[in-house]
Design a protein around this ligand. Sequence first.
Ligand SMILES: [Mg+2]
Length: 235
Amino acid sequence: MRAGRLLRERGVTLLSLDLDDTLLDTDAAAEYRVQAAAQRASEVLGGLDVAMVDQALRAAMAANPVTQGRMAQFLQTLGVEPQSNEATAIRAQYNAVMLDALVLMEGAEVTLSRLREHYRLAIVTNGPTEMQWPKLRKFALEGLVDHVVVSGDLGVHKPDPAIFRHLLTEAGVEADSAAHVGDSIHSDIAGALAAGMTAIWMPPHLRAHDEVGEHQPHAVIETLADLLDSVSDEG
Ligand SMILES: [Mg+2]
């Protein structure tokens, strides 16, 4: 069944969304970040072979899971000891340019504002406080939703259903009237299901996605705009 119609049929009133690779195109920012890390690697290691750096860059972009995985793969390909000062400097550069590189998913702002005419909206994101809040602020996302839950603030992370229960309590909404949308089967779908919520999966476009396994989402969407099929047609 189409996602939006499912939301309507289930009487969903609270719609929660993941941040990274759901509202923000974190994957699209990765190449810029790895390029910056490669530049730093050339500086701290000196005399690096261009072809080798290129190979490490490609290995990093293919790495899954992402974030820690990309830099681990990059450093390993270059033969850099992960605990070394050089590795620390290269990783720091990768993280330092993240905020500059980040972009919103296409149509995210418009979709949120249209969804907000019909649902109470929330963002539930995993990550450290000092990493997630600057991302939210860069795009003023706090102003586009009613609730923001950052796992680093609570010390509870998806897929722990406690993070979703925190949101439900704050919003005063029962789990069966709430849905969560995210790209990760492991954290978003498994966590929302464990909390008794409707779970909608938006598989990532730029990397291999998680195995679905036992955590079957209730619906799958291609883009955020697919959530609007509940409010833009009467079928
Ligand atoms: Mg995500």
